[in-house]
Design a protein around this ligand. Structure first.
Ligand code: PLP
Length: 448
């Protein structure tokens, strides 16, 4: 038990921390972060850390970008709040939606929320609404994947395929099913090739659709790269095979781009990199580089037209959030997308990705490392007891220990079970990549 500082005592008396062991934080005290600059944050004691997770996979431009802060300030001065209900509108919302459509020309309309969870909740409501409008009210079930992460609202947590998001919350709700995780290293059968594995994953999906009844299955949702499930990158051919099944049964494909959107994988969207066709997209996090809360659902013309035509029949479309499309968040988003273009963030990620992958792969033969995964500027070291896919007896303990060792050495990363995830700000330089990895060997040895 640590001697808590005054701030830490106030913290535990006033806050219930999300995704935190409430007992443990009372013993250890919270880590209070005070300011950020570039790829670094500084705590109350003045110690600096490389933020190797860009906060929660969101701060693509790092911390303290003055241009973004100026855009927010300007909008606060002009119109600090307005909504989009009942046909009202404002310029920042329109401008940002146009910019999203420019980057994803297959999308016809954009609707805003404030978080990734709300975006995914909205997705499911829109799919249900669309299928009612299309005269097929029985087509409502949603298929997600084991280990997926789609958020924490009742529906998005049900889409999430992680046991601890369900346990004691009485989830998932009915009508949401989970198919296999496309993690070849862990789930591949002896002698199976990646191509055969991808085909088997699609067969699993098809078997589930048939078992449920194709006329009842409305949508399939997937992160192009699974993030909070441990940074799982599907093998080549996976999404094309999955898409063929979805097409066969007219199953709407939702790309959850909350982590992978806006350059992270070395293209504008992870679905571009992973060849995932999409009927709608969930966007958040790097949409504003984390500088303001905002999310969006972008949808294709079939969905947009079905919703519009339903208004002709049943009247007002009854969905929307008070802060969805907040003008300051939209102004921040529009500025952030401009900066991504001006600073060629996609080119920057492409340029730095080989060094990032080389650095991660340097630990491939460490006795604690089972698999190394990297794509663009997102990656993971999978820790295992013996270098094989066998998990630890007590999952998560070793990952957490490595996180603590790295923190002591000035690097913030996130352990997801026993995957150590990396998702640095996309502005990270080669020298800063070197710095981020400098304490890794020592921290791994101290963990081993
Ligand atoms: N979808 C994905 C892929 C995510 O990674 C997350 C959050 O990490 C969410 C949805 C939920 O976003 P939020 O925490 O903003 O609700």
């Amino acid at each position: 038990m640590n001697q808590l500082t005054n701030t830490q005592t106030r913290d535990v008396e006033a806050l219930l921390h999300p995704y935190t062991n409430a007992r443990q934080v009372r013993l250890d005290g919270a880590h209070v972060i005070e300011r950020g600059e570039g790829v670094r944050v500084f705590d109350q004691a003045g110690k600096g850390y490389i933020e190797g997770m860009a906060g929660l996979w969101c701060c693509g431009l790092g911390f303290g970008d003055a241009e973004v802060a100026d855009a927010a300030r300007e909008q606060y001065g002009k119109l600090p709040y307005y909504h989009l209900f009942g046909g009202r509108s404002h310029e920042p919302a329109i401008e940002l939606a146009e910019k999203i459509k420019d980057l994803a020309p297959d999308m016809a309309r954009v609707i805003y929320q404030s978080s990734g969870s709300e975006a995914n909740d909205t997705q499911i409501k829109l799919v249900w609404y669309m299928n009612n409008a299309l005269g097929r009210p029985e087509k409502k079930k949603i298929i997600s994947r084991k280990k997926a992460y789609h958020g924490v609202t009742i529906v998005s947590a049900s889409l999430t395929g992680l046991p601890y998001n369900h346990r004691d919350f009485d989830l998932p709700v009915d009508g949401i099913k989970h198919t296999s995780t496309p993690h070849f290293w862990r789930e591949g059968k002896p002698g199976e090739t990646e191509a055969e594995f991808a085909k088997r994953m699609a067969e699993d999906l098809e078997a589930l659709i048939i078992a449920e009844g194709p006329e009842t299955v409305a949508a399939f949702i997937a992160e192009p790269v699974m993030g909070a499930g441990g940074v799982i990158i599907p093998p080549a051919g996976y999404f094309p095979a999955i898409a063929a099944v979805c097409k066969k049964y007219d199953v709407h494909m939702i790309a959850d781009e909350v982590i992978t959107g806006f350059g992270r994988t070395g293209e504008w969207f992870g679905s571009d990199t992973l060849e995932m066709p999409r009927n709608s997209m969930s966007l958040a996090k790097q949409l504003t580089a984390g500088y303001a809360p905002l999310s969006a659902v972008a949808m294709d013309s079939r969905m947009a037209e079905a919703i519009e035509s339903n208004s002709g029949t049943i009247g007002t479309f009854g969905h929307g959030f008070t802060y969805g499309g907040h003008p300051v968040s939209c102004a921040v988003g529009a500025k952030v997308l401009d900066i991504y273009r001006e600073r060629d963030i996609v080119g920057q990620v492409k340029k730095i990705a080989p060094l990032f992958a080389t650095k991660l792969n340097a630990y491939k033969d460490h006795p604690l490392v089972g698999e190394v995964r990297a794509l663009g500027l997102v990656g993971a070291l999978e820790l295992t007891p013996d270098g094989t896919a066998t998990p630890f007896e007590q999952p998560g303990k070793v990952g957490a220990k490595l996180g603590t060792e790295l923190l002591a050495r000035g690097v913030i990363l996130r352990s997801i079970g026993d995957s150590m995830a990396f998702c640095p700000p996309m502005i990270i330089t080669e020298a800063e990549i070197e710095e981020m990895f400098a304490p890794m060997e020592e921290a791994l040895d101290a963990t081993y």
